[in-house]
Design a protein around this ligand. Structure first.
Ligand code: TYD
Ligand code: MG
Length: 453
C-alpha cells in the first residue's frame, strides 16, 4: 500500500508541484488548477511486455504482425473499432446517462468471441440489477463473471486472479483508489484510476471497455486528459426519445474514426440496423413542403436521411432559428446565402431545421439540401419525392463538388430514387450514373430544378 505522503498536488496549467493544496497555484497564479496525484517513484512503461531497450531501432527492422483482433460478436461494433478488439486496448465508451452504454457492453460481454473469461465490473448497478437486464437481453454466456466493486485495489486483485480475456468497467466515474482522498469521479481519481488500469491491462493484454458519462457540454466528464490516455474513444449518442443510437469513434489508435455503428433500442436490447437509409426514411411524408432527402457519407458508407425545414412568420420580436441534428451556424450561413443571393426575405421568419430520426450529421454535402428544404418550406412548394440532392454551398451561392459521388448515388438508386441534383463540378463526361443526374452550378439553378412545376 502506498502511504499518504506519496500524494502530491500538481498544477494542471504549469505543472507546479506542491505538498499542500492551494486554491490558487503558487507557480502560475491560476485558480483551482491543483489536482491530487499519486507520486510513483518508478514509473512503469505502458508498453507492457515489450520493454524499451532505450536504443533507437530502424523502422524497417521492427517486426510486427497485424494484431489478432477479437470479434465482439456485433458487426456494427467491430466496424467502429476498425475490425474488432485489439489485445490490451483500452476503449472508452462515453455517452449520456440512459443512452444504452450498459446495455451495449452487456450484450458485447455475451456475444464476444473469446474462449476465456469475460469480467464485467459494475460500480453502478448491483449484480441483481444486472441479472434482470441480462434476462431481458437473453444473456447466456457461462464464462461471464460479474464483479460489483468500486475499489480499484480489489478489482486489480481479481483481475490478476481471474485473468480475463475481455473486461468491462462500468463506469470509470465510480471506481476509486483508496490512497487518493478525493471522491470517486474527481479529476485526480479519474486520472490515477485510468493510468493504473492502463498499466494493468497493457501488461496482461486484456482488451477493456471503460464506460464514461459525459457532461452537459458533451465532453467525457473529467479532464480531456482521459481522452489522451486511452487508445480509443467512442461516443454512443442519439436522442433519448428516438429508438436509434449511433456509435461514433472520436479517436482510435487501431482504426479509422469516421465509421458509424447504427443501432436501434428495442425492448430486448440493442439491435443492429441492417439498412439504415431505409430505416431513416421509413416515416417520410411524401406530400409535405420542406422535406428533402440528402445522401450523406458516414465513414465508408452512404446514408440517406430526410432533412426537414419549417419557415414561418415571426410573431413577436427576434426571429428564431433552431436546428436539431445539423450545425446551427451552417444553417444560418445558408439562410444568409438564400437571402442575399436568391432574394428570399427570410429576415422576418422563424426557421427550424431538423434531421429526421434523431441523427446528428455534419457534412458540407448537406448544405444544398438545407437550402432547398428551407426554400421549399418558404415557398410552400413540395419537392418531388424521387429527388435526392447533394452539394456544398459557398458564400457566393455557388454549389461545390463533393466526394464519393458514386457511393451516394448508388445508395440512392438502391432505395428507388430516380433523380439526383448534384454539383456541376462532379459531372464527368461519358460517365454513366445509376440514376438520372442534373449538375448545378448555383443554388438558384438547383432551386429552379427542384421546385419546378
Ligand atoms: P442503459 O444501458 O442502462 O444506459 P446507460 O448505461 O448508458 O446509462 O440503458 C437504459 C435505457 O435503455 C433505459 O431507459 C431503458 C432502455 N432499455 C430498453 O429500451 N430496452 C432494453 O432491452 C434495455 C436493457 C434497456
Ligand atoms: Mg449504465
Amino acid at each position: 500500500m502506498v502511504s499518504k505522503s506519496k500524494v502530491t498536488y500538481f498544477c494542471q496549467e504549469c505543472g507546479h508541484e506542491s505538498l499542500k493544496w492551494f486554491g490558487r497555484c503558487p507557480g502560475c497564479n491560476s485558480w483551482n488548477s491543483l489536482v491530487e496525484e499519486l507520486k510513483v517513484d518508478n514509473k512503469k512503461s505502458w508498453l507492457g511486455q515489450q520493454k524499451s531497450t532505450g536504443l533507437p531501432q530502424k523502422l524497417t527492422e521492427i517486426s510486427f504482425s497485424e494484431e489478432e483482433r477479437i470479434d465482439t460478436g456485433i458487426p456494427e461494433f467491430n466496424r467502429v473499432l476498425g475490425g474488432g478488439l485489439v489485445p490490451g486496448a483500452l476503449i472508452m465508451l462515453a455517452g449520456d446517462p440512459g443512452i444504452g452504454k450498459s446495455t451495449l457492453t452487456l450484450q458485447t460481454a455475451n456475444l464476444v468471441k473469446t474462449s476465456g473469461t469475460v469480467l464485467y465490473v459494475t460500480g453502478e448497478e448491483s449484480p441483481q440489477q444486472i441479472k434482470m437486464r441480462a434476462q431481458r437481453l437473453e444473456v447466456a454466456n457461462s464464462n461471464l463473471l460479474i464483479l460489483a466493486e468500486t475499489n480499484l485495489e480489489i478489482i486489480e486483485e481479481q483481475i490478476k486472479k481471474i485473468q480475463p480475456t475481455f473486461m468491462i468497467i462500468d463506469s470509470v466515474q465510480t471506481i476509486y483508489m483508496p490512497q487518493i482522498t478525493s471522491a470517486p469521479g474527481s479529476v485526480s481519481q479519474l486520472r490515477e484510476c485510468t493510468a493504473k488500469l492502463m498499466e494493468l491491462i497493457k501488461n496482461q493484454g486484456i482488451p477493456t471497455i471503460l464506460v464514461g458519462h459525459v457532461t452537459k457540454e458533451g465532453a467525457v466528464a473529467g479532464p480531456r486528459v482521459l481522452e489522451h490516455m486511452v487508445d480509443t474513444v467512442l461516443y454512443f449518442e442519439g436522442e433519448r426519445h428516438y429508438q436509434y443510437r449511433v456509435l461514433r469513434g472520436l479517436k482510435n489508435r487501431f482504426g479509422s474514426t469516421n465509421e458509424l455503428g447504427i443501432f436501434e433500442m428495442t425492448d430486448r436490447g440493442l439491435k443492429e440496423v441492417e439498412n439504415p437509409s431505409q430505416a431513416f426514411l421509413a416515416e417520410r411524408p411524401t406530400d409535405g413542403s420542406g422535406s428533402i432527402v440528402v445522401a450523406c457519407m458516414e465513414g465508408t458508407r452512404s446514408l440517406l436521411v430526410e432533412l426537414q425545414a419549417l419557415v414561418s412568420p415571426t410573431v413577436f420580436g427576434q426571429p428564431r432559428r433552431m436546428t436539431s441534428g445539423t450545425d446551427y451556424n451552417r444553417v444560418n450561413m445558408i439562410m444568409a446565402v438564400l437571402e442575399k443571393r436568391i432574394g428570399l426575405c427570410l429576415g422576418s421568419y422563424d426557421a427550424y431545421v431538423n434531421i429526421a430520426g434523431g441523427l446528428k450529421i455534419q457534412e458540407p454535402a448537406l448544405d444544398l439540401g438545407i437550402a432547398l428544404a428551407l426554400a421549399s418550406s418558404f415557398k410552400n412548394k413540395v419537392i418531388n419525392k424521387d429527388i435526392i440532392v447533394l452539394g456544398e454551398v459557398g458564400l457566393t451561392g455557388e454549389v461545390r463538388a463533393v466526394n464519393h459521388l458514386e457511393k451516394r448515388l448508388s445508395e440512392a438508386s438502391k432505395l428507388g430514387f430516380k433523380r439526383g441534383i448534384i454539383p456541376y463540378g462532379n459531372l464527368k463526361a461519358q460517365q454513366s450514373y445509376p440514376i438520372k443526374v442534373s449538375g448545378v452550378k448555383t443554388v438558384q439553378e438547383a432551386l429552379e430544378l427542384a421546385l419546378e412545376g
